[in-house]
Write a new protein. Structure first.
Length: 123
C-alpha cells in the first residue's frame, strides 16, 4: 500500500466536523454556565440588599419609643423592597419579640428576616 507524501497530509472533512461539534458543545456549556452564574450573582445581591434593609429597618424600629406592627416599602441602592414588622408576645410579660421580614413583593417568601426582643414600654 502506497503512503501519501507529507505534503498531502491533513484533516478529513469528518475530522473537521467532529472537532467543530466538540467546540460548539463546549461553547454552549460555557454560555449556560455564565448565565447560571449571572443569575445567582443577581439573587445574592438581592439577598444582601434585603438583609441590609432588614437591619436598617429594625434599628429604626428600636429607636422608636412605641413600636407598632406595620408594613412599608424601603428603597436602597435603586431597589425597592416590601417589608413587614410584626410584634409577638413572649412568656415574659416585660418583653415582646419583633420580627421584621423583607420581600421583593407582597406574598413572596422573605429574602431576609431579622428578630430581636424589646422591653414593653412602661405606661
Amino acid at each position: 500500500m502506497a503512503q501519501r507524501p507529507d505534503t498531502e497530509a491533513g484533516f478529513s472533512l469528518l475530522e473537521v466536523l467532529i472537532a467543530l461539534f466538540v467546540l460548539a458543545t463546549a461553547g454552549l456549556a460555557s454560555v449556560s454556565l455564565m448565565q447560571t452564574s449571572t443569575r445567582h450573582a443577581g439573587h445574592a445581591q438581592s439577598r444582601a440588599l434585603a438583609a441590609l434593609s432588614a437591619e436598617n429597618l429594625m434599628n429604626l424600629a428600636l429607636l422608636e419609643e412605641q413600636v407598632e406592627a406595620r408594613i412599608g416599602r424601603y428603597l436602597i441602592a435603586g431597589r425597592e423592597f416590601e417589608w413587614t414588622l410584626e410584634i409577638h408576645a413572649t412568656d415574659d410579660p416585660a418583653l415582646v419579640r419583633l420580627v421584621l421580614e423583607v420581600r421583593n413583593e407582597p406574598g413572596q417568601s422573605p429574602l431576609a428576616r431579622v428578630q430581636t426582643f424589646r422591653r414593653r414600654p412602661v405606661a
